[in-house]
Design a protein around this ligand. Structure first.
Ligand SMILES: [Zn+2]
Length: 320
């Protein structure tokens, strides 16, 4: 049923899963640019359809609701949330056996993404970005509180807090977090445009406006780390910067991102989350993508049959 030599191809359905090059019919798991490729026909969740159609004006889009099984070529197919960002989907394909492909996922509850679900299957194809035991994130609420405290301390001291966050998903998550505390946000163009798409899907935010450079008062600035290279921050007289990424657990992350500090706010499962997922599913075989091959060794030591797929991960995916 599966051909795994070159991207992930499900023969019985004639469907590719997040392929890296154009295919006749592909499942696109979510709206991040490392997954969003143009295909002749795409299968996406309703949320991801917003991002796909915004990027590609052409192409045939089959948009499906979560948890509503449908049939393709005699196989039962179902999309269900992965919790990675708004609309991010896992796919369950059932014929003689049950196959689940997770795409990027996180089990922790976010405020702008649907809560991840877990379904039993025989074959599990999963991402394992943080498949190293050194990546165990603190509880999400604790990370959120630390970000809020950082922002409030800066503002109370007359300094502008600047948060570096991936433009789609992470930035909206932190906009929602700070908007709930009524902290005004000034956001980069790309974050602003992405927030408008989120609003079309029904997500609401606190006060925010477009930031195009110059000085800022009484607001948190949110944008991708590219903002700094573009010189957009030069006009802010007094600022403190923070990178929001799971890689914050690595000591040198704040230097890597050129930030004063960092917080481990991630849209991916940490090592424990990856393991918890496999334990709850109890699959016959696990294939891993986009992470350290060593994660399969840990799974095998725990009694699971596990193999890494020889797919090259894109640099962007390995960053976030
Ligand atoms: Zn992603």
């Amino acid at each position: 049923m599966l051909d795994l030599k070159n991207d992930i191809y499900v023969k019985d359905v004639d469907l590719w899963l997040d392929p890296r090059v154009k295919k006749p019919f592909s499942f696109v798991s979510h709206g991040h640019s490392d997954h969003l490729r143009r295909h002749e026909h795409v299968l996406v969740s309703e949320g991801t359809a917003l991002f796909y159609k915004d990027k590609f004006k052409k192409g045939h889009v089959v948009a499906k609701s979560f948890n509503e099984p449908f049939s393709i070529n005699g196989c039962t197919v179902e999309l269900f949330p992965s919790g990675h960002m708004l609309g991010a989907a896992q796919i369950l394909i059932e014929h003689e056996e049950r196959i689940v492909y997770t795409g990027d996922f996180k089990l922790a509850r976010g405020s702008t993404a649907e809560q991840a679900q877990i379904k039993n299957c025989d074959i599990l194809i999963m991402e394992c970005t943080y498949g190293n035991p050194k990546y165990v994130f603190p509880p999400r609420e604790e990370v959120n509180e630390n970000i809020v405290r950082f922002v409030e301390t800066c503002l109370n001291g007359g300094t502008i807090p600047v948060l570096f966050a991936y433009r789609l998903g992470k930035a909206q998550e932190v906009m929602k977090l700070l908007g709930n505390r009524n902290i005004p946000a000034a956001v980069s163009q790309s974050v602003f445009d992405s927030a408008k798409l989120y609003e079309r899907a029904g997500v609401t935010f606190g006060p925010y406006r477009l930031f195009e450079g110059g000085d800022v008062r009484d607001s948190v600035v949110i944008g991708p780390w590219g903002m700094r290279k573009q010189g957009l921050l030069k006009g802010i007289k007094s600022k403190r910067t923070a990178a929001l990424t799971g890689w914050a657990l690595d000591g040198g992350t704040r230097f890597r991102f050129g930030a004063d500090t960092s917080f481990p706010l991630s849209d991916h499962a940490d090592f424990n989350g990856l393991f918890e997922y496999v334990r709850r599913v109890q699959p016959r075989t696990v294939y891993t993508v986009h992470g350290p091959h060593r994660f399969c060794t840990y799974l095998r030591e725990a009694g699971f049959r596990a193999e890494p797929l020889p797919l090259k991960s894109s640099p962007q995916l390995s960053l976030w």
